[in-house]
Design a protein around this ligand. Structure first.
Ligand code: SAH
Length: 223
């Protein structure tokens, strides 16, 4: 069993290299994180295909190529404190946790968050802190402790027009944010924001993407 799964991971990594992912640290991190544990039981046979898959609540686990591209664009160092908005399955968070010092992640659907937290435990990913909140407001002050600024921020749901101001404010000067931007699913671009000073950014387009929208507030249980 173990070897079949390993060979599936290797095949996925080779596929990503072929598609242009070249950062060895990113590829190594992805090689160390099994994707099957983040995928619903009924889709296990597709866990190592380079496609997005549904994870419930109308949400998806991102396509591995998109995870790799976003992670590569972030240029993470092991000294960085990283914030992710949209924990979803937890797959992207797990990969980031292998590259940074501490990973903070926010999900608005409580059941998704709890599922992801259980997987982080199982995989012994101890540098992740995950909470249920509205990530559009940034990381909240908890017990009087503020974690901002973050050297890197990744948003894994699409923002309208531009990333929420609260998130841009929590980005360290010199830091990088990657965020899909666009009003509808057919017309989104993954953008990279390099913060040059408190209120100036250099902005570049990375590639077209398809993400679920960034939505305000914690999700109600029937949502
Ligand atoms: N990174 C995920 C994929 C995320 S799908 C993975 O690797 O599996 C996008 C997620 O963003 C969804 O789970 C959605 O519920 C969440 N989301 C959308 N708006 C949000 C917000 N304001 N705060 C926190 N999470 C949000």
């Amino acid at each position: 069993m173990e070897t079949i799964q390993n060979s599936k991971i290797i095949r996925l990594i080779m596929d990503l290299r072929r598609k242009g992912v070249s950062d060895m640290n990113v590829l190594k991190a992805m090689e160390r994180i099994p994707r099957d544990v983040f995928v619903p039981q009924e889709m296990l046979d597709q866990a190592y295909e380079d496609i997005a898959l549904p994870i419930g609540r109308g949400q998806t686990i991102s396509q591995p190529f998109v995870v790799a591209t976003m992670t590569e664009a972030m240029q993470i160092s092991d000294r960085d404190k990283v914030l992710e908005i949209g924990t979803g399955s937890g797959y992207q968070a797990a990969i980031l946790s292998k590259l940074c010092r501490r990973l903070y992640t926010i999900e608005r659907h409580k059941p998704l968050l709890q599922n992801a937290q259980a997987i982080f435990e199982d995989l012994k990913l101890r540098n992740i802190t995950a909470i249920c909140a509205d990530g559009m407001k940034g990381w909240p002050i908890i017990n009087g402790i503020s974690q901002a600024p973050f050297q890197r921020i990744i948003v894994t749901a699409a923002a309208r027009g531009k990333p929420p101001q609260e998130l841009l404010d929590q980005l360290d000067v010199g830091g990088i944010m990657v965020c899909p931007v666009g009003d509808n699913t057919d017309d989104q671009v993954l953008k990279k924001y390099h913060k040059l000073s408190d209120d100036t950014y250099s902005i570049s387009d990375i590639c077209p993407v398809r993400f679920v929208p960034l939505l305000p507030d914690i999700a109600r249980s029937q949502e």
